[in-house]
Design a protein around this ligand. Structure first.
Ligand SMILES: Cc1cc2nc3c(=O)[nH]c(=O)nc-3n(C[C@H](O)[C@H](O)[C@H](O)COP(=O)(O)OP(=O)(O)OC[C@H]3O[C@@H](n4cnc5c(N)ncnc54)[C@H](O)[C@@H]3O)c2cc1C
Length: 613
């Protein structure tokens, strides 16, 4: 392959599509397929190689009430679990659509060639996960995301969708009638490219790189959320960042790497350095009845699950929701009962080695290769890691439409589905359900939209922004890596699992200072394959999102789901139980954070919540 070097006289390439999908993870691929099926001409852009999106890393499974292992499961119980897990801050219509439609979306994947693990009678096997009342996660060992991406990608390529790989979008183009396209550059050459489009779907994933310890890959710099915010869309629920309870803590080079919840789903037991099974202490009183009462009952449940048989035993305490388990581990470590490297122990080695290797092949290899630990013989050391953001772009439940006409969002980049805390497995199903709906809606919008006009003045401004860091001299600025390190340290220390107002104020001061430093950021070298230059634009987005997270966290003076305020430890339903926090650009250009009422819930849905409401 040859690359033409970029020169300042090079004009941007231009391309036009009815629908431009930015992001080729599960949400973007599913949206592109739906838009194509609806007759639209679709362009699909991703900043890494096709197939490398974050979705490929998903391990544990995709949640859908297929009722293959748990015949008493239903969309109603899936809806209830999702709402209860989200502490009732979810958009109820989104939670309903998700629960209703995820079984069809999973079966469709199977029709398109996905090979799931099987029950003894040949149906898709389902495993239990934290916060799910029934065994609900369709899975492929602990490599579910790989199978999902492979299947969707095959389908998208077969449909002839035009893919632009290693192409980063840095700006959305807008006009008086809404979005008109996007501007970006090829990572391979640095050459700019302009897309004109009648509708744009953002499916760019999460924001994990705002933190030091994260399970997320380099791609998670919140680009879509920041692009939407700049274009006039709203960001919602940004205070709710999910810290997954189990990431690797040792060796330092792999700190934060995910240890899938499937380990606990398969029966993994958490213990502190004194050997105490501490999760018994941390079960919330109002949910205690859903969990086993003794080690013996928990073990009976594990045995039944491993044989895919029915049992009257209740699930082990380790399968409490992620927010609760993460806080429990953090507390054990802080109070001096942690493991040698600052985590706790997670043990699955009491199960037969063959079973562990078959059900958790990636975990077996991950610990063997990276930490020299054989998980069939002894415990893993684990601790919380930044994993997922429940907040994101505020969208319409049915269509994924944002406040900007023609601009849509789906997947982790969008908000509403998961409320204050996401249940494991509910992201992959979210991508399928809302990816499909959003792709459909974007295609419908494109049908009636006028020919998109991309303003050359906007293109010029975006091109100048690309060039600026390369044109600054060494004396005029600093490199992006130093600013990124300080940003991650700020968010980790001051806006982490436990928050207090003084820390959040301190964080806002530091973020303002980091933004000032960013105005003078410089990059050395050329444009081709230059990660230091690429980071400049990702850092811009991370700074915006970190501010949104911190301002939203400061406003919500209560503890709920993944948001824990040490200075406001109680859940305050009267003040905060029926509002979402929304951040948007104010008239003066600064960020405004306010509250909006939760969408109304139908009587039918309310009745499903029973006493949870
Ligand atoms: C290790 C791990 C395990 C997980 N396991 C599970 C699980 O078992 N079950 C579950 O439900 N969830 C799981 N999750 C969460 C789930 O994988 C993610 O939430 C989900 O994959 C997000 O999908 P997405 O389509 O929204 O984004 P992604 O899959 O991340 O795709 C984002 C796409 O956007 C592109 N992009 C980003 N910015 C730009 C830009 N500026 N220009 C162009 N392209 C851009 C990227 O290149 C990429 O193609 C896991 C997450 C991790 C990290």
């Amino acid at each position: 392959m040859t690359f033409t070097p970029y020169t300042s006289s090079s004009r941007p390439q231009t391309r036009q599509h009815d629908v431009l999908v930015i992001g080729a993870g599960g949400a973007g691929l599913r949206a592109a397929i739906a838009a194509r099926d609806a007759g639209a001409d679709v362009g699909l852009v991703c900043k890494s190689l096709l197939g490398k999106a974050h979705t490929v890393m998903a391990e544990g499974g995709v949640a859908a009430a297929l009722t293959h292992v748990a015949p008493t499961d239903s969309w109603q119980t899936h809806f209830r679990d999702t709402m209860v897990g989200g502490k009732l801050l979810n958009n109820p219509r989104m939670a309903q659509l998700h629960a209703l439609e995820s079984p069809d979306r999973v079966r469709e994947l199977e029709l398109w060639g996905a090979v799931f693990d099987r029950t003894n009678d040949g149906r898709i096997l389902q495993r239990p996960f934290g916060g799910h009342s029934h065994a609900r996660l369709a899975h492929v060992g602990d490599r579910t995301g790989l199978e999902m991406i492979r299947t969707l990608q095959d389908r998208a390529v077969a449909l002839g969708i035009q893919v632009y790989m290693e192409c980063t979008i840095t700006k959305l183009m807008t006009g008086p009638a809404g979005v008109t396209g996007a501007f970006g550059y090829w990572r391979t050459t640095g050459h700019p490219i302009v897309f004109a489009a009648r509708a744009v779907v953002l499916a760019t994933g999460g924001i994990g790189k705002a933190y030091e310890v994260t399970s997320n890959s380099w791609e998670y710099s919140g680009d879509g959320q920041a692009l939407a915010y700049e274009a006039g869309a709203e960001l919602m629920d940004m205070e709710f960042v999910q810290f997954h309870p189990t990431g690797m803590v040792w060796p330092p080079g792999v700190r934060g790497l995910l240890v899938t919840e499937a380990v606990r789903g398969e029966g993994g037991i958490l213990r502190n350095k004194d050997g105490e099974r501490f999760m018994w202490k941390y079960l919330p009183e109002d949910r205690r009845a859903e969990y086993a009462a003794t080690d013996e009952e928990a073990e009976r449940w594990v045995t039944a699950q491993s044989q895919a048989s029915e049992t009257d035993a209740r699930r082990p305490p380790e399968l409490s929701t992620r927010d609760n388990v993460a806080r429990a581990i953090y507390t054990e470590v802080r109070e001096g009962r942690g493991s040698p490297h600052g985590g706790v122990f997670l043990d699955i080695s009491y199960l037969p080695p063959d079973h562990v290797r078959r059900k958790l092949p990636s975990m077996y290899e991950q610990f063997k290769e990276l930490a020299d630990v054989d998980i069939t013989k002894g415990p893993m050391e684990v601790g919380p890691t930044t994993h997922y953001v429940m907040g994101g772009i505020r969208v319409d439940a049915e269509t994924g439409a944002t406040a900007v006409p023609g601009l849509f969002a789906a997947g982790e980049a969008a908000a509403g589905m998961h409320g204050a805390n996401r249940l494991g497995g509910n992201s992959l199903s979210d991508l399928l359900v809302f990816g499909a709906r959003t792709g459909d809606a974007a295609a419908a919008h494109a049908t009636g939209a006028p020919e998109p006009y991309v303003d050359p003045v906007e293109v010029r401004a975006a091109s100048d922004q690309l060039a600026a860091p390369l044109e600054r001299g060494e004396a005029d600025g600093e490199d992006a890596y130093a600013i990124a390190r300080d940003l991650q340290a700020t968010m980790q220390q001051l806006v982490g699992i436990f928050r207090v107002e003084a820390d959040l104020d301190d964080a806002l001061d530091r973020l303002a200072e980091l933004r000032r430093r960013w105005q003078h950021v410089r990059a050395t070298g050329g444009r081709a394959f230059n990660p230091g230059w690429n980071l400049v634009f990702e850092l811009d987005h991370l700074l915006t999102l970190s501010e949104a997270i911190t301002r939203s966290a400061r406003l919500r003076t209560e503890s709920r789901g993944a948001h824990s305020r040490l200075d406001h430890p109680a859940t305050d339903d009267a003040k905060w139980g029926s509002v979402n926090v929304v951040a948007c650009r104010g008239a003066e250009g600064g960020m405004t954070v306010t509250t909006v009422p939760l969408p109304a819930m139908s009587d039918e849905l309310r009745s499903l919540l029973g006493t949870a409401h």
